[in-house]
Design a protein around this ligand. Structure first.
Ligand code: GTP
Ligand code: MG
Length: 245
């Protein structure tokens, strides 16, 4: 790596459809002139997210790569991160030097978080359309990700969600850790997201940034699995071997 330094690795997690890819697009649009950015997407069976981002034209296409994780996307960002680490390292090597690599998790349940072995910092994305109560429900990503984004705030009036209240609930669930309301239609919110990334990058470069583990996933099951009750309850506690579905 140039100067013996690698890029800042930033994870983007959150439930399906909340705006993980859009958050990456927002960050790239705001910061592409300032930083050399690469993107790794994680999809279960497709490269849909990578294709979306390439079509959005936010970065040179070759700097966006997809990892297909198979049936268990949270495993690839938490229990066995080797597939993703290899992809990040290959991207960094091919485009040396990169300043920031963004890693999008496969759209998963509310409790998936990145391992600090894969990313230096992570943001967790919820959206207003998922309902105003979600932020209050907590969980490792909502409670302890480095940043919580409440996305699509422009939709609040259409789905009867009090955005200010949702932001206040989110702040309360996070012990003073940052929360940002974002809409791609409100430029100053995109700029606030970009400013957060800039700040984390500056701390990382100075050596002042310590990766924090939001903690393991809560017990969960996969609704798409066959089995009693449509899946089986399991955890991803520390020390548990990567499970197969
Ligand atoms: N109104 C509005 N729609 C948005 C905003 N951000 C994203 N969307 C829409 O929300 C939908 C989902 O956005 P994505 O960025 O694909 O969400 P995602 O979390 O990456 O989805 P998966 O990867 O499938 O889990 C798309 O139709 C976006 O156009 C926003 O700020 N406002
Ligand atoms: Mg996506």
């Amino acid at each position: 790596m140039s100067n013996g330094k690698r890029a800042l690795r930033l994870g983007i997690a959150g439930p399906v459809g909340t705006g993980k890819s859009s958050s990456i697009a927002n960050i790239c649009t705001a910061l592409a002139d300032e930083f050399r950015i690469g993107v790794i997407t994680n999809d279960i069976y497709t490269d849909e997210d990578a294709r979306f981002l390439k079509a959005a034209g936010v970065l040179p296409e070759e700097r966006i790569r997809a990892v297909e994780t198979g049936a268990c996307p949270h495993t690839a960002i938490r229990d066995d991160v080797s597939m993703n680490l290899l992809a990040v390292e290959a991207l960094e090597e091919d485009f040396d030097p990169l300043d920031i690599v963004l890693v999008e998790s496969g759209g998963d349940n509310l409790t998936a978080t990145f391992s600090p072995a894969l990313v230096d910092a992570q943001l967790f994305v919820l959206d207003v359309a998922g309902g105003g109560d979600v932020a209050r429900k907590g969980g490792p990503g909502i409670g302890r990700a480095d940043l919580l984004v409440i996305n699509k705030i422009d939709l609040g009036v259409h789905v009867d969600v009090d955005v200010e209240q949702m932001l206040a609930d989110a702040k309360e669930a996070r012990d003073g850790q940052p929360v940002l309301g974002v809409s791609r239609k409100i430029p100053e919110t995109v700029e606030a997201l970009a400013a957060w990334v800039r700040e984390v990058h500056a701390r990382f470069v100075k050596g002042d940034h310590t990766p924090v583990d939001p903690g393991p996933m809560a017990p969960h099951f996969h609704a798409d699995e066959t089995g009693e009750g449509g899946g089986y309850m399991h955890t991803h506690d520390e020390g548990e071997a990567a499970h197969s579905h």
